[in-house]
Write a protein that binds this ligand. Structure first.
Ligand code: NAD
Length: 372
């Protein structure tokens, strides 16, 4: 069986796999082919992949055509789908609820596609959970970016020239990214407060030494996978009212609020941004799914009334080497889980809970119930 790792598009810094993980695939008995230059942006040369046992491919289209499995981080283009052979397997983030055309094209091409977003959140699949591995690093990167932009220090400093107060950081949405953002801001010495619609999070926030902001928004629900359900318009208004004062007092707000399969909730209104002190910073980590902050723009720094609103869509790319390391491990863990060492192929068992959750197309049809 041959796996091909093509290069990503120009704006992507991460590589799908690093040599030490590629070697683990080789050790399973898999022929690993990487496109020449795959690791360039994370300072990993073709030679290192070769030493790990991978073949360096200089013919991108040929790599797609001859592979049994193709892995990327980002969704495929239509041209790439045309190159895939019938019955081959394609793995990447696919954004299947929004990318209907890609899903249809993958089905028509007879490709078995796996969407990394839909790996179910069960214990056995944690090692394959690329949403979490990337969100964790994104939470870290968001705080580092905020601290670089803010014109004040995060920690309190008591000096002969006077006392510098700690930065006040407010984290909205405490899932994987939010928890890492809290931990990172605390490590930098900030005073951290956080809010999430799921009350179960309160204990986790406190255990990191941050304060949980209590806002009564009535009944909230979560899915069996631990994702928050959408709030009503009235509940969002109650949330905004409850957050107004704390937003106005914060030097940094980092929003991570997401509702799985839906646009991100719009939580921070223009009024709330305008109530912040000039020089404050807002990082909208949900910018690419619609944005939590009014006025945020994908891959832009927006300056509004003295406040910088940061909307970076690829925060894991700011720590690209680590992000590549953990993404590659997620891929390896998935392949190893279903690897049939006798047949030297992937056991594509659609009755398996993990594959049932994340396989989108198979044998010419859309097979995933939630995507269908
Ligand atoms: P996510 O990216 O879907 O959302 C981020 C956070 O935003 C969530 O905590 C959500 O509750 C919150 N949110 C949604 N609407 C909001 C609003 N209006 N205001 C404030 N916050 C709002 O979530 P995630 O980071 O992927 O994780 C969700 C949960 O799943 C977490 O508790 C996480 O620890 C858990 N998880 C479990 C597993 C597992 O294998 N069991 C794996 C990964 C994550």
């Amino acid at each position: 069986m041959q796996i091909f790792f093509p290069k990503e598009e120009a704006q992507e810094i991460r590589a799908t796999i690093l040599p030490e993980v590629a070697k683990k695939l080789v050790d399973l008995g898999i022929q690993v082919s990487v496109e020449s230059g795959l690791g360039d942006k994370v300072f990993v040369s073709d030679d290192l992949y070769s030493t790990a046992g991978a073949t360096i491919c200089h013919d991108r289209a040929g790599g797609f055509k001859s592979a049994d499995v193709v892995c990327k981080i980002n969704k495929p283009t239509s041209d790439e789908i045309q190159l895939l052979t019938k019955d081959s397997i394609y793995i990447s983030f696919l954004d299947p609820f929004n990318e209907k055309q890609i899903v249809t094209e993958l089905a028509s091409a007879g490709v078995s596609s796996i969407s990394m977003e839909l790996v179910p959140r069960i214990t056995r699949a944690q090692k394959m959970d690329a949403l979490s591995s990337q969100a964790n690093l994104a939470g870290y990167a968001a705080v580092i970016e905020a601290s670089r932009t803010l014109s004040k220090s995060f920690p309190m400093m008591m000096t002969a020239a006077g006392t510098i107060s700690p930065a006040r950081v407010f984290i909205v949405g405490v899932g994987v990214a939010g928890l890492q953002a809290i931990a990172t801001a605390k490590r930098l010495g900030a005073r951290v407060e956080a809010f999430d619609t799921r009350p179960v999070v309160e204990e986790q926030v406190r255990s990191l030494g941050a304060k949980f902001v209590k806002i009564d928004i009535g009944e909230t629900e979560e899915t069996d996978q631990g994702y928050a359900k959408e709030l009503s318009d009235d509940q969002i208004k109650m949330q905004q009212e409850g957050m107004k004062k704390i937003c106005s007092q914060s030097d940094v707000i980092i929003t991570t609020a997401q509702v799985f399969g839906r646009p991100a909730p719009r939580i921070i209104s223009q009024d709330m941004v305008e109530a912040m002190q000039p020089g404050s910073v807002v990082v909208d980590m949900a910018v690419s799914t619609g944005g939590n902050v009014e006025g945020s723009k994908n891959d832009e720094y927006v300056f509004h009334n003295g406040v910088t609103i940061i909307g970076m869509s690829n925060l894991p790319g700011e720590v690209a080497k680590d992000a590549s390391q953990v993404f590659g491990s997620n891929i390896f863990n998935m392949i190893e889980e279903f690897w049939d060492s006798e047949k030297k192929s992937i056991n594509f068992d659609l009755e398996d809970e993990i594959l049932k959750g994340c396989v989108i197309t198979h044998q010419g049809s859309i097979v995933n119930e939630s995507v269908k």
